[in-house]
Ligand binder design. Sequence first.
Ligand SMILES: Cc1cc2nc3c(=O)[nH]c(=O)nc-3n(C[C@H](O)[C@H](O)[C@H](O)COP(=O)(O)OP(=O)(O)OC[C@H]3O[C@@H](n4cnc5c(N)ncnc54)[C@H](O)[C@@H]3O)c2cc1C
Length: 425
Amino acid sequence: MSSPIIYDVAIIGGGAAGMMAAGTVAESGANIVLIEKNDRLGKKLLITGKGRCNVTNNDQDVKSFCDKFGSSGKFLYSSLYQFGVNDVINFFSKYGVKCKIERGNRVFPESDKAQDILNALIVFLRETSVNILLKSAVKSIKLEKNSIFKLLIEDGREIVSRRIIICTGGKSYPTTGSNGDGYKWIQDFGHSLVPLKPVLVSVKTKEKFVKDLQGLSLKNVKISIIQNDRKIDDRFGELLFTSQGLSGPIVLDLSKRISELLISGPVKIVLDFKPALDNKSLDLRILRDFKEQANKEYKNSLSMLLPKKLIPVIIDKSGINPVKPVNSITKDERKKLLHLLKEFSLTIDEVDGFSKAIITSGGINLKEITPTSMESKIVKNLFFAGEIIDLDGPTGGYNLQLAWSTARLAANNCLKGTINEKGKD
Ligand SMILES: Cc1cc2nc3c(=O)[nH]c(=O)nc-3n(C[C@H](O)[C@H](O)[C@H](O)COP(=O)(O)OP(=O)(O)OC[C@H]3O[C@@H](n4cnc5c(N)ncnc54)[C@H](O)[C@@H]3O)c2cc1C
């Protein structure tokens, strides 16, 4: 029986990080294999940015970029300096995918197609002659006495490699293949796991009437999160009503904080539908609208102020008789309306789970990874990249940049100190 191929590097997980890592290592001529459980690569990548793939964020300052990941963000300095935002944009441009910058510095392919980003990566893998094994779920990994990693595939095959890069992602949206498999193996290797939480998730409200607003997207609103009558945080931007609550970038970005707060009690979200106007200016605006429509019924008088879907809810909550002529609305009634527009309060029941989370927070403890190489401090020749590490950023392209940058760093370091020549080590 012929002895098995011993690969120089095995990369587990064919998502954003795994594909970038595989192509990069293969550029050195090393004998590598990319192992993916699905029957195709990049399943999650295809649904990013609602199918448009917000590939990075044009936040050019490395410190400011890393700060978006919180106090541990400095872990990313080396990877960002080595392969930053412009490198990502140039990489995809080299493969024919031009990018554009949108609101909030979000970078998307000009075509608005995540498929184009995936296609570029597939060409990269082809060009660098990466061996790709699809439909190959890794079940377990053993480190043999001769410092070789033995990977057992679910169907009984074995893959042998001198080094491995684990890029199996988090455990959010498990239908894409990222169901948390990698966490088991890293714990078997002696790594500790920072507890996992679903983040960048929608929130559910106690108030069921939100269902009537489902699909309503408001571009310029302010939300504040309140607990025990104390304002904890706020955001300005885009909000979306869902069948059970709220979503959209500003809610997703606050969802981690909300889920932490929910542990100690109820949380309120207060919506300001007119953040550009203070109370006095808004009152004048309402008065002006009412004057112009003096003979209309109240229920027909708000179309200049609010989107159609929101009007019945506001009418109902204001307690003002819907058929009352606008010119007989009292000052107190107008005050009630104004209060609703500036401080529309909803109570948060819970946040959605892993099945609908954009990102998993928690993961491999950063203290156990060398930030300048992405190598494990516990097991030599074991590397990590992507969402599996304990870092999560806000919406806006930050999380994919993390995947590209850490993958590149791991790939560029996993062969260091060896002869990068095919067949030799
Ligand atoms: C709906 C949605 C929208 C998003 N939109 C954006 C966006 O626009 N911009 C942004 O920056 N981020 C976005 N993200 C986050 C982004 O997708 C992730 O940060 C990124 O995909 C992480 O890359 P990764 O390679 O680490 O993991 P993944 O992309 O999750 O890839 C992991 C791969 O490993 C494979 N795998 C897992 N276990 C095994 C195993 N046992 N054997 C073999 N293979 C295995 C999986 O099948 C998967 O293909 C979005 C996420 C979601 C869910």
